[in-house]
Design a protein around this ligand. Sequence first.
Ligand code: GDP
Ligand code: MG
Length: 368
Amino acid sequence: MKMKKYIADTMVEAMNKVRADFGDDAVILSSNVVTSKGFLGFFKKKSVEVVAGFDEPVQMQVEPAFVQATDLREPKQEAEIRKEMIEMKRLLQEMKQSASFGNFPDELKPLLTFLEGQELSKELIFQIGNEIFAHMKEKKKDFSNEEQLQIAKTLLMKEFSGLPFGGISFTKKYINVLGPTGVGKTTTIAKIAARALLEEKKKIGFITTDTYRIAAIEQLRTYANLLQAPVEIAYNSKDFEKSIEKMKDLDLIFIDTAGRNYKEMKFVDDLKHLIDFSLDMESFLVLSVTSKEEDMRTIVEKFTSLPIERFIFTKVDETGSIGPMFNLMKQYGIGAAYYTDGQEVPEDLAEADLEKMLKMLLAGAEHA
Ligand SMILES: Nc1nc2c(ncn2[C@@H]2O[C@H](COP(=O)(O)OP(=O)(O)O)[C@@H](O)[C@H]2O)c(=O)[nH]1
Ligand SMILES: [Mg+2]
């Protein structure tokens, strides 16, 4: 393993240096706050000292011992071994955690740990930690939980203020909803369409290209009937063109698509052949926040070849950690149109609003 020591003013700065040398796979072996001779006790000038390595991840060191333990096990001991394994995992987690937050003063740790529980990215958490720490140094005092939260909120507001947030303005004629299987595309389209009809008094129609399951067509038909709107079914690009022609007098056409395994690029390409993206169209990528962040990232990357306007995040009601919404928006520079928090049509739909979403993210942090 290659190892190197870094000294920097802040953890973020140190991490940037590490990353520049070793890339994202670098492992932090130790980190310390080094206090230089200063004045005013706690607020002496502090710098961060990080030892980073690259090649074999630290976790690997634990594994050989574990493998040995499993080899020697007797059936009766299995439960015990499993318990030990869980405990070991927990310890590793704790070690990782204290290694990463070790450089921040103790009074910051509850908030940072809370944000980690929300699955906010390390990068954003460190940014928040550094910002609060910088304020503390400047004011030469400790900060209450309340004050820390306020700083975190202000920083995140600033961080995301450049991205577009908010519902569809219904100025484009075609609204196209894309995303993996079962994330809630059809339900969400019905919710948005109901708003367009009831609140904006638009003449609406639906085209579905989800022809793989009869139930999917029936599901959309049910919603369309409730809204007294026509539905066209497009099995191929010719049908799609015909449907467009038939619905040309309507104000808004909602296009429902099939959820496929979009980790496979060919399904994304199928979409491009079926739907005419050059129309006066806005496309939205629907992601369920109950999915694993890594999987969502894979999906987003497959969809970058399509003109995705904003995200729609669904099933916010089904998870306790909504950090990944923010991680994805930041990583890809894509904002959010709506988030949904239940199965009821049309009620469980909210226009994405940064302040409201941050409130959700930070709810409960004051008791952290
Ligand atoms: N809890 C919860 N369930 C949702 C939400 N949105 C959709 N669903 C449910 O997710 C399931 C799949 O929805 P559907 O619209 O058919 O997904 P599609 O395959 O992407 O079209 C249905 O049971 C929906 O009721 C949501 O915001 N919260
Ligand atoms: Mg569907």
